[in-house]
Design a protein around this ligand. Sequence first.
Ligand SMILES: Nc1nc2c(ncn2[C@@H]2O[C@H](COP(=O)(O)OP(=O)(O)OP(=O)(O)O)[C@@H](O)[C@H]2O)c(=O)[nH]1
Length: 228
Amino acid sequence: MNGTRLLRSPGVNDAKDGTCRIVVLGTSAVGKTALTVRFLTKRFIGEYSPTLESVYRYCTSTAEDDDIRLDILDTAGQVCTEWKESYALWADCFMFVYSITDYASYEEAQRLRRLVEATRRSTSLCCVVVGNKNDLVYDRQVTARQGQELAVEMGCNFYEVSACDWNQISEVCDLFLELHALWRKTRLARDGRQRKSSSSAKFKQAIQKVISGKGSISRRSSSNGNNL
Ligand SMILES: Nc1nc2c(ncn2[C@@H]2O[C@H](COP(=O)(O)OP(=O)(O)OP(=O)(O)O)[C@@H](O)[C@H]2O)c(=O)[nH]1
């Protein structure tokens, strides 16, 4: 199964059930829509029409039979802080995008990251930093090293890509799939910790019962199946 659907707005479907929510953040015209559309349809949008805000649902099954379900929120570059805060709370994962031809967009990516951290009250984010438009090297204002430094600060991976370069489609797809993989890993680790702490809590309760004389411990015999 492989499908993409445009939803109306974030929060339309709050049932999370295995869906990873990715928000694409960055100032105007850095290529957020171009990257999102490239991933979803493999096409490139050449003309520029400022995004209002769109959420796309993407579903696919991998060769290993794993389902990948994403809700991707393509945000508008020019929105007020309040909206950005609501994106920060909605999302599981963050794609901070700047254009390598626009230093101010790089600075905005840093500001957005600080805003997300402050809103979520956490510096541990599931995120990637993306310097887009690397086909325009002659207009470069942000070095790859600066992009890398930002990613190191944020403890995440850094990519320089071009949404318009046909040869980089797989790199663009990897941005979204890496976020999904990171999210899944974090979720599995968290679920594992929860299971562990709930079983150790149950064990402590059982011990308490035995100590207080209200319970008993039984052990299964491996040879005849009787309780000892
Ligand atoms: N050369 C080049 N142009 C690009 C690239 N990505 C996007 N563009 C162009 O940059 C312009 C802005 O792209 P969008 O994807 O609309 O930018 P956005 O960040 O979604 O903009 P807002 O909706 O205003 O927030 C468009 O004209 C795109 O065609 C790229 O990798 N290389």
